[in-house]
Ligand binder design. Structure first.
Ligand code: SAM
Length: 254
C-alpha cells in the first residue's frame, strides 16, 4: 500500500502542466487495484494527503536528478516499490539497474509492466532488506567492484535504527570508491505527530519505526562516506520542501 501510495502521487503529478517528471506507468498500478485507497480518503487526511503529494513529487524529481547525475553504470534501488525509473529515465548505454523489494510487491509489479520495455538492463531481486539481501543481489549479477548509485527512497522510516544501520553497513562493506547513495533526511517525527492524530492513517503510521536519521549522517561520516544534506528543496512549489541526503563513498574504512 505504501508503494501504491507513491504511484498515486506520481500519477497525479504526471497530470500537472507544471509536472516535475512524467511517470506514465504509475496510473497502471492504480488501475490494477481499483479503490485501494478509498478507505483512507477522509476529510481529516486531506491536508496530509496534499503534503505527501507535494513531498513525493519533489523527492521523486530530486532522486531522478541524483541517479542520472551520479554517472554510475550500476544502480541499486533499495525498496523499489512501484518505481518505474528503469522505464522512464534516459539512462546512458550499459546501465544495469537492480530493484529490490519484498516478493509480494514485485509479484504485483511485474505483470503490470510486462509489455513495457525498460531503458536499461533491469534486474528484480525479491528480498527482505532486514535479511541477507547482499547475497541475493550478487547472485543476481551485481558487481561489487563497479561504482554504483544506491537509492533508499521511502525506506528508512520503515526500519528500526539497528535495521537501518545494518543496511548501511551491508552497503558499505561491498563498496569501492566512487559509489553514491541518497535517501530522505527524515521528517519522520514531524510527520508522525501529524499523522498519528488521524485514525485513518493508523495502518501506515503503525509501520513507521525510525526515530531520526541524524545519526545516519554521522554514521556515514564515520564509515568512509562524505554526506551532504540538501535542505529546502522545492523546485518552486510554494509551501512545500524536502530534505535529502546524498553521499559519496571516498575510502574503504572497513
Ligand atoms: N522507493 C519506492 C518509491 O519511492 O516509490 C517505494 C517506497 S514505499 C513508501 C516503501 C517500500 O519499502 C515498499 O515498497 C515496501 O515493500 C518496501 N519495504 C519496506 N520494508 C522493507 C523490507 N524490510 N525489505 C524490502 N522492502 C521493504
Amino acid at each position: 500500500m505504501t508503494a501504491l501510495g507513491m504511484a498515486a502521487v506520481r500519477a497525479m503529478e504526471s497530470k500537472r502542466a507544471d509536472r516535475l517528471f512524467d511517470d506514465p506507468q504509475a496510473q497502471l498500478f492504480l488501475d490494477a487495484m481499483p479503490g485501494a485507497f478509498d478507505q483512507y480518503f477522509t476529510s481529516d487526511t486531506k491536508s496530509l494527503g496534499a503534503m505527501f503529494a507535494a513531498h513525493g513529487a519533489i523527492r521523486t524529481r530530486f532522486f531522478d536528478d541524483f541517479l542520472l547525475g551520479a554517472g554510475c553504470r550500476q544502480v541499486v534501488l533499495l525498496a523499489a516499490g512501484l518505481d518505474t525509473r528503469a522505464f522512464r529515465l534516459d539512462w546512458p548505454a550499459g546501465v544495469h539497474l537492480f530493484e529490490l523489494d519484498v516478493p509480494d510487491v514485485l509479484a504485483f509489479k511485474e505483470p503490470v509492466l510486462a509489455h513495457h520495455e525498460p531503458r536499461c538492463v533491469r534486474i528484480t531481486v525479491p528480498a527482505d532488506l532486514r535479511t541477507d539481501w547482499p547475497t541475493r543481489l550478487i547472485a543476481a549479477g551485481f558487481s561489487p567492484t563497479t561504482p554504483t548509485a544506491w537509492l533508499a527512497e521511502g525506506l528508512l522510516i520503515y526500519l528500526a535504527a539497528t535495521e537501518a544501520t545494518n543496511l548501511l553497513q551491508a552497503i558499505t562493506e561491498k563498496l569501492s570508491p566512487g559509489c553514491k547513495l541518497a535517501f530522505e533526511h527524515s521528517q519522520a517525527d514531524q510527520l508522525r505527530t501529524r499523522a498519528s492524530a488521524m485514525p485513518s492513517m493508523h495502518d501506515f503510521t503503525e509501520m513507521w519505526k525510525s526515530d531520526s536519521d541524524q545519526d545516519f549522517v554521522a554514521w556515514l561520516v564515520g564509515h568512509g562516506w562524505a554526506p551532504e544534506i540538501h535542505k529546502e528543496v522545492s523546485y518552486g512549489r510554494s509551501g512545500y520542501s524536502g530534505q535529502f541526503v546524498t553521499a559519496e563513498f571516498t575510502q574503504n574504512a572497513n
